[in-house]
Structure formats: C-alpha cells, structure tokens
Ligand binder design. Structure first.
Ligand code: 3LM
Length: 407
C-alpha cells in the first residue's frame, strides 16, 4: 500500500495514518508487540543493527513496532517528518532538552510554564551548567533583546498552563531561527488538531499525551515531533541513554484508539468551553475569565490567527478570596477536583497549591500566576449539566464577601 493518505484530511489520517503499512493477519489495528527484545538470525545481523547499518528492532528502549505505528500516525497529524513516544510528558520534555543542551548553553523559556517543566529548568538543568533565562515571550521584542549566540533553545507553551497566555509562534520562531536557536513548543493544550506549531516555523513540538491525545484519563504518556534528524538524535541520546523514559506498547495502543476520535473530542471540548466561558464571564460572582474564544481575551486576534478553535481549558478568578474559591470548588459534584486535563470528565484544580506549587509564591507572582486563579478542564458531558453544577456551586458563595467587579 502506498502513501495514499498524504493529502487526506485530519480525521482520516488520525484513523488510518498514512496507510503505508498493512497489518499482519489483516488486523484492523496494529498488533501489540509486548516484547522487550528481538532476536537476530545471526550475530552479524545484530552487530549491523547496533552499528546503525541495518534497520530493525532489537530492544524496546530504542524502538518497538507498536510504538512505531503510533509515531508514524502522530507525525502525520503534526505534519512532521518524524515523531517519538515517551513514558510521560515530562519524559518527552526532559529527553528533548537533555539532547540539545549542554553546560554553557542557554535556554530561554517563557515566564509561564507547567509547574514541573519550570521545576526541571530551574531546579534540574540549571544544576548542570545550563543557563535558564525567563523571558516574557508574549512580547517578541523581549526575545530579540534577550537572545544571544549562546541561546540554543527557545521554549514555550501556547496557551500556557495555567493562565492561558498565548505566544505568537510565527514571530518567536522567526527570531529564534535568525539567531540559530531551535524553537520548542509544548502543544499539549491544543493538540495538532487545533494548532500546528511546526507549520508556523517551530522546530519541535512536545506533548503530554496523558491529556487530550489519550483523552480518557487512563494513561500517562508523552510525544514529540519534528524533523527526522532531530528525532533520531532524541531517540538515540535523550531517550535511549539519558532518561530511558520509554512508553509501553499497551499505552501506544490506547493512544492510537484515542487519536481516532481526537478531532470530534476537540470540537466538543471547544464548543462546550465556549459556552461555559461566556456564562462565567456574565456571572456576578466571577471577576475575570481567561479563554481564547472570548472577545474580551487580550490576545483574541492572535488566537484566531494561530488556533483552529479555542480548546477546552478555561482559567478564571472569582469575586472572592481563596477561602471562597475553595468553598466553591468543594461544593461541586459532577465536576471533579483533580489535576490533569483533557479528559472526558470535567476537572477543576487550584494551580497555586497544586500544578504550580513548584513555584515559590514570589515566583508565581513574578510569573503571572495568581494565587486565586482556578483552572477548569471542560469535559465531554452535556454542557448544561456542567453549567448547572458550576452555577449551583457559585451560589454557595457568601454574597457579603463579594468584592465589586473590576472596571
Ligand atoms: C496538569 N500537566 O494538571 P505528564 N506539559 C503540560 C502539562 O500540562 C503537563 C506536562 C507537560 C498536569 C499534570 S500536575 C501533577 C498533573 C502543558 C502535565 C507533563 O508527564 O504526562 O504529566 O505531562 O497541568
């Protein structure tokens, strides 16, 4: 079978990949190769594989046919030459960064990052002689001023976890490229269905596949995509030798199942989040809503330019203090109090004490992460049921504690 799906639509590629490989026994789905090692017909064959002179699988920390099936399918979705699977999103991020950074190099990162990514940069990489510089990448001029010959990587999330700030991927990638640095984008919040950073000039995308790619809250996984040379280096350096953060074949299989409905789920997450964001914005107990699909969102035009839809994540602040916010969250019933995101189930969490507790209070303040910010991952339940739960919980707020809405 040839490369028959190269010009097909996203949903078709999510289900069939590029249609290059026919499965054994006529199976519809790729088989699960639960094998840590692969046998050689002769020692010379093994030696040639170890020397990189012959293609083939010989140990599942390096490659496995089930993982390769997912890698091929995911590369087709990100429009990348190649992709790689990892044991977790952090496994993807650390394997990629360990590959391309060394002592004396600099990484410029946006000010707002997922808590463990921030921690890896500031409490991990920086201990090994890598200079970590935080720059407000929502302002391309700030990157132009900060970037130097030592800068090897420019790294950001868009939208950023948890406050939804967007970064202009085209503008930032162009500045990084002029200076010889690679741009790496964490595309977890959007998935390749809503945003394609590589097409906008980025070099590598990383994902927590734990979220929308898996989509059902039942696995931990990571993915990366980029050009074939970069992905080969990450496979043989960062992944094989430095982290060993290898995905299991069963997880790869579950993610391929998740991908088959990715576009449907993302459309529904986005449509429901739009309704919830608009109703939150109009609610008297809500002070501020940060959602790229709202006209009031500071970067609404940029969102329209670089995202196909606004996604399922909303950040918001209530017209009350932290105790009031906790009371509201504890009153929720259908909506579950949990970290993670992108599941069929709607989840709510408090970044300052949970996902972003890796920042000190001073750092959160300096990095635009308010202590009263709440984060909602809008799931796939009926939107009226999600809203009914929120509206009821908002009513439990003590009216006398309400502060006037900011002008
Ligand atoms: C969370 N986030 O609730 P894993 N990149 C982004 C992420 O949001 C995450 C990762 C990478 C959350 C996890 S907090 C203890 C729970 C934008 C994870 C890391 O290694 O697959 O968890 O991905 O925001």
């Amino acid at each position: 079978m040839g490369n028959r799906n190269k010009n097909t639509g996203f949903a078709t590629r999510a289900i069939h990949g590029l249609g290059i490989n026919k499965q054994p026994e006529g199976a519809l789905n790729p088989p699960l190769y639960m094998s840590s090692t692969f046998t050689f017909d002769a020692v010379e064959e093994g030696a040639a594989m170890f020397a990189g002179e012959r293609a083939g699988h010989f140990y599942s920390r390096i490659s496995n046919p089930t993982l390769c099936a997912l890698e091929e399918r995911f590369a087709a979705l990100e429009n990348a030459e190649a992709a790689l699977c990892f044991a977790s999103g952090m496994g993807a991020i650390t394997s990629v960064l360990w590959t391309f950074l060394g002592a004396g190099d600099e990484i410029i990162a946006d000010k707002t990052l997922y808590g463990c990514t921030f921690s890896f940069l500031h409490h991990g990489l920086s201990r090994f002689g890598v200079k970590v510089t935080d720059v407000d990448l929502t302002d391309p001029c700030a990157l132009r001023e900060a970037i130097s010959d030592n800068t090897k990587i420019v790294y950001f999330e868009s939208p950023a976890n948890p406050n939804m700030r967007l970064v202009d991927i085209t503008a930032i990638s162009a500045i990084a490229r002029e200076s010889g640095a690679k741009t790496i984008v964490d595309n977890t919040y959007c998935t390749p269905y809503l945003q394609q950073p590589l097409a906008m000039g980025a070099d590598i995308v990383v994902h927590s596949a734990t979220k929308y790619l898996g989509g059902h809250g039942d696995l931990i996984a990571g993915m990366a995509a980029g050009n074939a040379d970069d992905m080969l280096r990450v496979r043989t350096e960062g992944l094989k030798d430095m982290t060993g953060a290898v995905m299991t074949p069963l997880t790869a299989h579950q993610i391929m199942r998740g991908l088959k409905t990715l576009n449907l789920r993302m459309d529904r997450h986005s449509a429901s989040a739009q309704v919830i964001a608009e109703r939150l914005e109009a609610h008297p107990q809500v002070r501020e809503v940060y959602y790229p699909g709202l006209k009031s969102f500071a970067q609404y035009d940029l969102a329209k330019r670089q995202m196909r839809g606004a996604g399922g994540m909303i950040a918001f602040e209530l017209n009350t203090d932290l105790d009031g916010a906790r009371r509201m969250m504890n009153a929720l019933d259908l909506i579950k109090r949990a970290v993670s995101l992108g599941d069929a189930d709607t989840l709510i969490q408090h970044p300052a004490s949970m996902t972003h507790a890796t920042y000190s209070p001073e750092e959160r303040n300096a990095h635009g992460i308010s202590d009263t910010l709440l984060r909602l991952s809008v799931g796939l339940e009926n939107v009226e049921d999600i809203w009914a739960d929120l509206e009821r919980a908002l009513q439990t707020l003590n009216i006398s504690a309400v502060k006037p809405k900011a002008a």
